[in-house]
Design a binder for this molecule. Structure first.
Ligand code: GRF
Length: 190
């Protein structure tokens, strides 16, 4: 099977990146991570990618005149990879509409809540404050509305009375790491 080229954008730790890399080592997985981009030079995930022999680059927005120039440089650097998908995996910048239009229906994101509940940041804190007994995670397409694109896969996680933000984040993250490769498979087999 010819594997389709994908890119992963990160800002930090990279557990979701690692789970996608691991899945892609299976010969039946439909794609291969060809490039990892970080908007933070010190992201731990960059080293994970390098260890797997994947091309990486990082650019920080503070070194550019504005967001448009920052994104134009990213677009220029990823263009030669002819990416079938861009997977945002803990990427903490919001992509502009102009950027998204370069990759229509080709950008995915993972979010640590059961969207459409709890868009944005601090999802686990809000789940606990509201005494929800179920939370979870979502992989969705990226469109012009923050955390608002079509949902591809969701997984629920039970909230226990003793859960804190940390324990909940850990439980949800385990499920995130499982559903991201699953969602990629669904999208690429459509
Ligand atoms: C994950 O919880 C993801 O849902 C959120 O940022 C975190 C990234 O974790 N968008 P990692 O860098 O993949 O470990």
């Amino acid at each position: 099977m010819t594997k389709q080229p994908i890119g992963v954008f990160i800002s930090g730790r990279g557990t979701n990146l690692q789970s996608i890399i691991n899945a892609s080592k299976n010969e039946n997985f439909p794609c291969e991570v060809k490039i990892v981009f970080s908007d933070n030079h010190n992201a731990k995930g960059i080293n994970l990618a390098k260890e797997s022999g994947i091309d990486t680059f990082s650019l920080e927005i503070k070194d550019f005149k504005n967001k448009r120039e920052f994104e134009e440089q990213i677009l220029k650097l990823i263009k030669p990879y002819d990416l079938r998908l861009i997977c945002l995996a803990g990427y903490m910048k919001i992509l502009s509409s102009e950027f998204i239009e370069h990759y229509p229906n080709k950008i995915l994101n993972i979010h640590p809540s059961l969207l459409p509940k709890y868009k944005g940041l601090n999802t686990h804190k809000r789940v606990l404050e509201n005494n929800d007994d179920i939370t979870g995670c979502t992989v969705h397409y990226v469109n012009h509305e923050l955390d608002g694109g079509e949902i591809i896969v969701q997984k629920t996680v039970k909230v226990d009375a003793i859960d804190s933000v940390t324990t909940l984040a850990d439980k949800v993250l385990k499920q995130e790491n499982l559903i991201y490769p699953e969602a990629i498979k669904i999208v690429l087999r459509k």
